[in-house]
Design a binder for this molecule. Structure first.
Ligand SMILES: Cc1ncc(COP(=O)(O)O)c(C=O)c1O
Length: 405
Protein backbone atom coordinates (compact mmCIF):
# COMPACT_ATOMS: atom_id res chain seq x y z
CA UNK A 1 0.00 0.00 0.00
CA UNK A 2 1.39 3.43 -0.87
CA UNK A 3 2.39 5.65 1.99
CA UNK A 4 -0.32 8.07 0.95
CA UNK A 5 -3.05 5.44 1.30
CA UNK A 6 -1.89 4.37 4.74
CA UNK A 7 -2.08 7.92 6.09
CA UNK A 8 -5.20 7.90 8.26
CA UNK A 9 -5.34 11.70 7.96
CA UNK A 10 -5.50 11.69 4.15
CA UNK A 11 -8.15 13.88 2.57
CA UNK A 12 -11.37 12.29 1.37
CA UNK A 13 -11.93 12.52 -2.38
CA UNK A 14 -14.95 14.78 -1.87
CA UNK A 15 -12.80 17.60 -0.56
CA UNK A 16 -9.77 17.00 -2.77
CA UNK A 17 -10.57 19.98 -4.98
CA UNK A 18 -11.18 22.43 -2.13
CA UNK A 19 -8.20 24.75 -1.86
CA UNK A 20 -7.51 27.76 0.29
CA UNK A 21 -9.58 30.40 -1.49
CA UNK A 22 -7.74 33.02 -3.51
CA UNK A 23 -9.45 35.65 -1.37
CA UNK A 24 -7.80 34.23 1.74
CA UNK A 25 -4.48 33.86 -0.09
CA UNK A 26 -4.49 37.56 -1.01
CA UNK A 27 -5.54 38.55 2.50
CA UNK A 28 -2.69 36.49 3.90
CA UNK A 29 -0.16 37.98 1.45
CA UNK A 30 -1.37 41.48 2.36
CA UNK A 31 -1.19 40.67 6.09
CA UNK A 32 2.37 39.36 5.69
CA UNK A 33 3.40 42.57 3.89
CA UNK A 34 1.79 44.64 6.64
CA UNK A 35 3.64 42.66 9.28
CA UNK A 36 6.89 43.33 7.45
CA UNK A 37 6.21 47.04 7.86
CA UNK A 38 4.67 47.87 4.45
CA UNK A 39 1.79 50.29 4.20
CA UNK A 40 -0.91 48.03 2.77
CA UNK A 41 -4.55 48.78 2.00
CA UNK A 42 -6.48 45.56 1.67
CA UNK A 43 -9.77 45.81 -0.20
CA UNK A 44 -10.03 42.07 -0.47
CA UNK A 45 -12.52 40.80 2.06
CA UNK A 46 -16.27 41.10 2.05
CA UNK A 47 -17.58 42.38 5.31
CA UNK A 48 -19.17 45.67 6.31
CA UNK A 49 -16.89 48.07 8.18
CA UNK A 50 -19.78 49.32 10.33
CA UNK A 51 -20.05 48.05 13.90
CA UNK A 52 -22.83 45.70 14.97
CA UNK A 53 -25.63 47.98 16.29
CA UNK A 54 -25.23 48.53 20.07
CA UNK A 55 -28.83 47.41 20.79
CA UNK A 56 -27.97 44.07 19.26
CA UNK A 57 -24.90 43.67 21.46
CA UNK A 58 -26.96 44.66 24.53
CA UNK A 59 -29.61 42.08 23.64
CA UNK A 60 -26.98 39.36 23.33
CA UNK A 61 -25.54 40.30 26.71
CA UNK A 62 -28.95 40.27 28.34
CA UNK A 63 -29.75 36.91 26.74
CA UNK A 64 -26.55 35.38 28.09
CA UNK A 65 -27.15 36.89 31.54
CA UNK A 66 -30.75 35.67 31.45
CA UNK A 67 -29.78 32.07 30.87
CA UNK A 68 -30.21 31.74 27.12
CA UNK A 69 -27.06 29.69 27.06
CA UNK A 70 -28.36 26.24 26.28
CA UNK A 71 -29.09 24.37 23.04
CA UNK A 72 -32.03 25.78 21.14
CA UNK A 73 -34.34 23.82 18.86
CA UNK A 74 -32.22 22.59 15.92
CA UNK A 75 -34.39 24.55 13.48
CA UNK A 76 -33.87 27.78 15.47
CA UNK A 77 -35.76 29.54 18.26
CA UNK A 78 -39.45 30.12 17.72
CA UNK A 79 -39.06 33.83 18.53
CA UNK A 80 -36.41 34.35 15.86
CA UNK A 81 -38.25 32.34 13.23
CA UNK A 82 -41.40 34.36 13.91
CA UNK A 83 -39.38 37.57 13.58
CA UNK A 84 -37.88 36.36 10.30
CA UNK A 85 -41.35 35.60 8.94
CA UNK A 86 -42.60 39.05 10.03
CA UNK A 87 -39.52 40.75 8.59
CA UNK A 88 -40.03 38.95 5.30
CA UNK A 89 -43.61 40.20 5.16
CA UNK A 90 -42.54 43.77 5.98
CA UNK A 91 -39.66 43.86 3.52
CA UNK A 92 -40.78 41.55 0.69
CA UNK A 93 -44.54 41.48 1.05
CA UNK A 94 -45.03 37.76 1.63
CA UNK A 95 -45.20 35.93 4.93
CA UNK A 96 -43.84 32.42 5.21
CA UNK A 97 -45.22 30.01 7.81
CA UNK A 98 -42.91 29.69 10.80
CA UNK A 99 -42.47 26.03 9.83
CA UNK A 100 -40.99 27.19 6.53
CA UNK A 101 -38.08 28.96 8.24
CA UNK A 102 -34.77 27.47 9.40
CA UNK A 103 -32.02 29.37 11.24
CA UNK A 104 -28.46 28.28 10.49
CA UNK A 105 -24.90 29.23 11.40
CA UNK A 106 -24.64 31.89 8.68
CA UNK A 107 -26.10 32.00 5.19
CA UNK A 108 -23.28 29.74 4.07
CA UNK A 109 -24.62 26.93 6.20
CA UNK A 110 -28.10 27.42 4.78
CA UNK A 111 -26.72 26.69 1.32
CA UNK A 112 -24.57 23.84 2.58
CA UNK A 113 -27.47 22.20 4.42
CA UNK A 114 -29.75 22.44 1.40
CA UNK A 115 -27.24 21.03 -1.06
CA UNK A 116 -26.03 18.33 1.32
CA UNK A 117 -29.63 17.35 2.00
CA UNK A 118 -30.64 17.10 -1.65
CA UNK A 119 -27.75 16.34 -4.03
CA UNK A 120 -27.02 12.82 -5.19
CA UNK A 121 -23.51 12.22 -6.60
CA UNK A 122 -23.26 13.88 -10.02
CA UNK A 123 -26.38 16.02 -9.67
CA UNK A 124 -25.91 19.36 -11.36
CA UNK A 125 -26.27 22.88 -9.98
CA UNK A 126 -26.37 25.76 -12.46
CA UNK A 127 -24.73 29.01 -11.42
CA UNK A 128 -23.57 32.12 -13.25
CA UNK A 129 -19.95 33.27 -13.38
CA UNK A 130 -18.72 35.44 -11.78
CA UNK A 131 -19.80 33.50 -8.70
CA UNK A 132 -19.13 33.68 -4.97
CA UNK A 133 -16.09 31.42 -4.62
CA UNK A 134 -17.75 29.18 -2.04
CA UNK A 135 -20.55 28.03 -4.35
CA UNK A 136 -18.58 25.57 -6.51
CA UNK A 137 -16.70 24.30 -3.46
CA UNK A 138 -19.89 23.66 -1.47
CA UNK A 139 -21.52 21.98 -4.47
CA UNK A 140 -18.44 19.75 -4.89
CA UNK A 141 -18.23 18.85 -1.21
CA UNK A 142 -21.88 17.82 -1.37
CA UNK A 143 -21.14 15.50 -4.31
CA UNK A 144 -22.69 17.72 -6.96
CA UNK A 145 -21.35 19.13 -10.19
CA UNK A 146 -21.26 22.91 -10.71
CA UNK A 147 -22.48 23.87 -14.18
CA UNK A 148 -21.09 27.34 -14.73
CA UNK A 149 -22.83 29.72 -17.13
CA UNK A 150 -20.56 32.59 -18.17
CA UNK A 151 -21.97 36.10 -18.02
CA UNK A 152 -20.43 39.39 -19.12
CA UNK A 153 -20.46 43.01 -18.10
CA UNK A 154 -22.40 43.77 -21.30
CA UNK A 155 -25.26 41.50 -20.21
CA UNK A 156 -25.16 43.04 -16.71
CA UNK A 157 -23.59 39.83 -15.35
CA UNK A 158 -27.00 38.16 -15.51
CA UNK A 159 -27.84 34.68 -16.80
CA UNK A 160 -30.20 34.97 -19.76
CA UNK A 161 -33.25 32.73 -20.21
CA UNK A 162 -31.66 31.12 -23.29
CA UNK A 163 -28.48 30.35 -21.37
CA UNK A 164 -30.53 28.81 -18.59
CA UNK A 165 -32.56 26.65 -20.95
CA UNK A 166 -29.39 25.43 -22.68
CA UNK A 167 -27.71 24.53 -19.37
CA UNK A 168 -30.54 22.37 -18.01
CA UNK A 169 -30.14 18.59 -18.27
CA UNK A 170 -32.03 15.70 -16.70
CA UNK A 171 -29.39 15.80 -13.90
CA UNK A 172 -30.03 19.45 -12.99
CA UNK A 173 -31.33 19.81 -9.46
CA UNK A 174 -30.91 23.51 -8.73
CA UNK A 175 -30.41 26.92 -10.24
CA UNK A 176 -28.35 28.91 -7.75
CA UNK A 177 -28.94 32.65 -8.14
CA UNK A 178 -27.32 35.47 -6.21
CA UNK A 179 -28.76 38.98 -6.40
CA UNK A 180 -27.35 41.47 -5.51
CA UNK A 181 -24.32 39.51 -6.58
CA UNK A 182 -20.93 38.87 -5.08
CA UNK A 183 -18.55 39.75 -6.76
CA UNK A 184 -20.32 41.55 -9.64
CA UNK A 185 -22.61 43.80 -7.61
CA UNK A 186 -25.22 42.99 -10.28
CA UNK A 187 -28.91 43.06 -9.36
CA UNK A 188 -31.48 41.08 -11.35
CA UNK A 189 -34.58 43.11 -12.20
CA UNK A 190 -38.04 41.70 -11.56
CA UNK A 191 -38.43 41.17 -15.32
CA UNK A 192 -35.13 39.27 -15.57
CA UNK A 193 -36.08 37.03 -12.66
CA UNK A 194 -39.54 36.37 -14.09
CA UNK A 195 -38.01 35.46 -17.45
CA UNK A 196 -35.86 32.82 -15.71
CA UNK A 197 -38.90 31.55 -13.82
CA UNK A 198 -40.78 31.15 -17.13
CA UNK A 199 -38.01 28.84 -18.36
CA UNK A 200 -38.09 26.83 -15.16
CA UNK A 201 -41.83 26.28 -15.46
CA UNK A 202 -40.92 23.91 -18.33
CA UNK A 203 -38.56 21.96 -16.04
CA UNK A 204 -40.35 20.90 -12.87
CA UNK A 205 -37.33 18.84 -11.77
CA UNK A 206 -35.24 22.01 -11.19
CA UNK A 207 -35.41 24.01 -7.95
CA UNK A 208 -34.13 27.51 -7.24
CA UNK A 209 -31.84 28.66 -4.47
CA UNK A 210 -32.00 32.46 -4.36
CA UNK A 211 -29.20 33.87 -2.23
CA UNK A 212 -30.48 37.31 -1.21
CA UNK A 213 -27.97 37.99 1.55
CA UNK A 214 -27.16 41.44 0.09
CA UNK A 215 -30.83 42.46 -0.16
CA UNK A 216 -30.38 45.57 1.99
CA UNK A 217 -27.26 46.75 0.18
CA UNK A 218 -28.92 47.64 -3.09
CA UNK A 219 -29.19 50.93 -5.00
CA UNK A 220 -31.94 49.96 -7.42
CA UNK A 221 -35.29 48.36 -6.52
CA UNK A 222 -34.67 44.91 -5.06
CA UNK A 223 -36.99 42.04 -5.95
CA UNK A 224 -37.00 38.69 -4.22
CA UNK A 225 -37.26 35.69 -6.53
CA UNK A 226 -40.10 34.42 -4.35
CA UNK A 227 -42.11 37.58 -5.14
CA UNK A 228 -41.86 37.26 -8.92
CA UNK A 229 -42.40 33.50 -8.92
CA UNK A 230 -44.97 32.60 -6.25
CA UNK A 231 -45.99 29.79 -8.62
CA UNK A 232 -42.61 28.18 -7.92
CA UNK A 233 -42.63 28.57 -4.14
CA UNK A 234 -42.94 24.81 -3.74
CA UNK A 235 -39.42 24.29 -5.16
CA UNK A 236 -37.58 27.36 -3.94
CA UNK A 237 -35.15 28.17 -1.14
CA UNK A 238 -34.63 31.82 -0.21
CA UNK A 239 -31.35 32.50 1.62
CA UNK A 240 -30.83 35.57 3.78
CA UNK A 241 -29.30 36.61 7.09
CA UNK A 242 -27.96 39.36 9.29
CA UNK A 243 -24.27 39.10 8.34
CA UNK A 244 -24.10 41.84 5.73
CA UNK A 245 -27.15 44.03 6.38
CA UNK A 246 -26.66 44.40 10.14
CA UNK A 247 -22.87 44.10 10.11
CA UNK A 248 -22.98 40.81 12.03
CA UNK A 249 -20.62 38.54 10.10
CA UNK A 250 -19.05 37.13 13.25
CA UNK A 251 -22.35 36.27 14.92
CA UNK A 252 -22.98 33.60 12.27
CA UNK A 253 -26.74 33.79 11.78
CA UNK A 254 -28.44 33.15 8.44
CA UNK A 255 -31.78 31.67 7.49
CA UNK A 256 -33.56 29.76 4.80
CA UNK A 257 -37.20 30.01 3.74
CA UNK A 258 -38.45 26.94 1.91
CA UNK A 259 -41.22 24.33 1.80
CA UNK A 260 -41.39 22.19 4.92
CA UNK A 261 -40.09 19.06 3.20
CA UNK A 262 -36.80 20.84 2.49
CA UNK A 263 -36.68 22.48 5.93
CA UNK A 264 -37.09 19.02 7.52
CA UNK A 265 -34.22 17.62 5.43
CA UNK A 266 -32.02 20.59 6.30
CA UNK A 267 -32.82 20.13 9.99
CA UNK A 268 -31.70 16.50 9.67
CA UNK A 269 -28.33 17.69 8.31
CA UNK A 270 -27.93 20.56 10.75
CA UNK A 271 -28.75 18.32 13.69
CA UNK A 272 -25.61 16.31 12.94
CA UNK A 273 -23.30 19.24 12.19
CA UNK A 274 -23.94 22.00 14.72
CA UNK A 275 -27.14 20.94 16.55
CA UNK A 276 -28.33 24.45 15.76
CA UNK A 277 -27.13 28.05 15.70
CA UNK A 278 -25.73 29.76 18.78
CA UNK A 279 -28.42 30.69 21.32
CA UNK A 280 -26.87 34.07 22.12
CA UNK A 281 -26.43 34.93 18.44
CA UNK A 282 -30.06 34.05 17.78
CA UNK A 283 -31.11 36.48 20.52
CA UNK A 284 -28.88 39.09 18.87
CA UNK A 285 -30.40 38.50 15.44
CA UNK A 286 -33.89 38.79 16.97
CA UNK A 287 -32.95 42.22 18.33
CA UNK A 288 -31.59 43.24 14.92
CA UNK A 289 -34.81 42.30 13.13
CA UNK A 290 -37.15 43.80 15.70
CA UNK A 291 -35.18 46.99 16.38
CA UNK A 292 -34.96 50.27 14.48
CA UNK A 293 -34.61 49.54 10.77
CA UNK A 294 -33.75 53.12 9.77
CA UNK A 295 -30.06 52.24 10.08
CA UNK A 296 -30.34 49.96 7.04
CA UNK A 297 -31.27 52.84 4.73
CA UNK A 298 -28.60 55.09 6.22
CA UNK A 299 -25.89 52.50 5.75
CA UNK A 300 -27.14 51.78 2.25
CA UNK A 301 -26.80 55.47 1.33
CA UNK A 302 -23.32 55.48 2.75
CA UNK A 303 -22.30 52.43 0.72
CA UNK A 304 -23.79 53.96 -2.41
CA UNK A 305 -21.73 57.16 -1.97
CA UNK A 306 -18.58 55.09 -1.56
CA UNK A 307 -19.48 53.01 -4.63
CA UNK A 308 -19.88 56.18 -6.69
CA UNK A 309 -16.61 57.61 -5.50
CA UNK A 310 -14.52 54.50 -6.19
CA UNK A 311 -16.21 53.61 -9.48
CA UNK A 312 -15.69 57.13 -10.84
CA UNK A 313 -12.06 57.21 -9.71
CA UNK A 314 -11.34 53.84 -11.36
CA UNK A 315 -13.00 54.84 -14.62
CA UNK A 316 -10.94 58.02 -14.66
CA UNK A 317 -7.73 55.99 -14.87
CA UNK A 318 -8.62 55.23 -18.48
CA UNK A 319 -7.31 51.68 -18.03
CA UNK A 320 -9.90 50.22 -15.70
CA UNK A 321 -13.54 49.96 -16.64
CA UNK A 322 -16.20 49.55 -13.98
CA UNK A 323 -19.91 49.18 -14.62
CA UNK A 324 -22.58 50.45 -12.26
CA UNK A 325 -22.59 47.51 -9.76
CA UNK A 326 -26.01 48.27 -8.31
CA UNK A 327 -25.73 46.36 -5.06
CA UNK A 328 -23.59 44.47 -2.54
CA UNK A 329 -20.40 46.36 -1.67
CA UNK A 330 -18.24 45.19 -4.54
CA UNK A 331 -17.01 46.47 -7.85
CA UNK A 332 -15.86 43.97 -10.46
CA UNK A 333 -14.00 46.10 -12.99
CA UNK A 334 -12.31 45.05 -16.20
CA UNK A 335 -8.52 45.43 -16.18
CA UNK A 336 -7.72 43.95 -19.61
CA UNK A 337 -6.51 47.33 -20.92
CA UNK A 338 -3.44 46.86 -18.71
CA UNK A 339 -2.52 43.55 -20.36
CA UNK A 340 0.69 43.62 -22.37
CA UNK A 341 2.05 46.46 -20.23
CA UNK A 342 4.97 46.34 -17.81
CA UNK A 343 4.94 47.45 -14.17
CA UNK A 344 7.84 49.47 -12.67
CA UNK A 345 9.25 46.33 -11.02
CA UNK A 346 9.50 44.63 -14.43
CA UNK A 347 6.37 42.46 -14.06
CA UNK A 348 4.71 42.00 -17.42
CA UNK A 349 0.94 42.03 -16.98
CA UNK A 350 -0.64 39.20 -18.93
CA UNK A 351 -3.60 38.38 -16.73
CA UNK A 352 -5.71 39.65 -13.83
CA UNK A 353 -3.55 37.87 -11.24
CA UNK A 354 -0.44 39.66 -12.59
CA UNK A 355 -2.26 42.98 -12.31
CA UNK A 356 -3.26 42.27 -8.68
CA UNK A 357 0.18 40.99 -7.69
CA UNK A 358 2.07 43.87 -9.31
CA UNK A 359 -0.32 46.40 -7.75
CA UNK A 360 0.15 44.82 -4.31
CA UNK A 361 3.92 44.83 -4.73
CA UNK A 362 4.32 48.36 -6.05
CA UNK A 363 1.51 50.24 -4.32
CA UNK A 364 0.43 47.99 -1.45
CA UNK A 365 -3.21 47.70 -2.56
CA UNK A 366 -4.72 44.23 -2.23
CA UNK A 367 -7.50 43.21 -4.65
CA UNK A 368 -8.77 39.77 -5.66
CA UNK A 369 -8.22 38.57 -9.26
CA UNK A 370 -11.39 37.85 -11.22
CA UNK A 371 -10.28 34.30 -12.05
CA UNK A 372 -11.06 33.37 -8.42
CA UNK A 373 -14.71 34.06 -9.30
CA UNK A 374 -14.61 32.30 -12.66
CA UNK A 375 -14.20 35.45 -14.79
CA UNK A 376 -10.60 36.38 -15.60
CA UNK A 377 -9.73 39.86 -16.85
CA UNK A 378 -11.39 41.52 -13.87
CA UNK A 379 -10.73 42.06 -10.19
CA UNK A 380 -12.98 42.38 -7.18
CA UNK A 381 -12.73 45.44 -5.01
CA UNK A 382 -14.72 45.66 -1.79
CA UNK A 383 -15.58 49.24 -0.93
CA UNK A 384 -16.74 48.41 2.59
CA UNK A 385 -13.77 50.33 3.94
CA UNK A 386 -13.29 53.86 5.27
CA UNK A 387 -13.43 56.75 2.84
CA UNK A 388 -9.85 57.64 3.76
CA UNK A 389 -8.63 54.14 2.82
CA UNK A 390 -10.67 54.15 -0.38
CA UNK A 391 -9.42 57.59 -1.43
CA UNK A 392 -5.83 56.58 -0.83
CA UNK A 393 -6.32 53.23 -2.60
CA UNK A 394 -7.82 54.98 -5.65
CA UNK A 395 -4.88 57.38 -5.72
CA UNK A 396 -2.44 54.48 -5.66
CA UNK A 397 -4.30 52.51 -8.32
CA UNK A 398 -4.29 55.58 -10.60
CA UNK A 399 -0.57 56.06 -9.98
CA UNK A 400 0.04 52.39 -10.75
CA UNK A 401 -1.89 52.63 -14.01
CA UNK A 402 0.09 55.71 -15.00
CA UNK A 403 3.37 53.95 -14.24
CA UNK A 404 2.67 51.09 -16.68
CA UNK A 405 4.67 51.16 -19.90
C1 LIG B 1 -23.15 35.70 -1.86
C2 LIG B 1 -22.89 35.30 -0.46
N1 LIG B 1 -23.70 34.40 0.13
C3 LIG B 1 -23.50 34.00 1.39
C4 LIG B 1 -22.46 34.50 2.13
C5 LIG B 1 -22.22 33.97 3.51
O1 LIG B 1 -22.88 34.67 4.48
P1 LIG B 1 -22.68 34.27 6.00
O2 LIG B 1 -21.50 35.02 6.49
O3 LIG B 1 -23.96 34.69 6.65
O4 LIG B 1 -22.46 32.80 6.07
C6 LIG B 1 -21.58 35.43 1.57
C7 LIG B 1 -20.43 35.94 2.34
O5 LIG B 1 -19.49 36.50 1.83
C8 LIG B 1 -21.80 35.85 0.24
O6 LIG B 1 -21.01 36.75 -0.35
Amino acid sequence: MSEQLTDPLRRAARIASVELSEILQISEAAAAMKKAGHDVISLGTGEPDFPTPPVVIDAAYRAAQGGETTYTATVGTLALRQAIAADCERVNGYKPEVGEVIVCTGAKQVIFNALFATLEPGDEVILGAPYWTSYPDIIGVCGGKPVVVPTTADSGFAITPDQLRAAITPRTRWLLLNSPGNPSGAVYSAAQLRALAEVLLDFPHVGVIADEIYQHICYVPFTSFRVVAPDMANRMLIVNGVSKSYAMTGWRIGWGIAPRRLIDAMVAVQGQITSGASSVSQAAALAALTGDQQMLAERNDDFRARRDMVRDALNQTGMIRSGSADGAFYLFPDCTATFGKTAPDGTRIEKDADFCQALLKSEGVALVPGRAFGVPGHFRLSYAYSRASLTEACKRIARFCQSLT
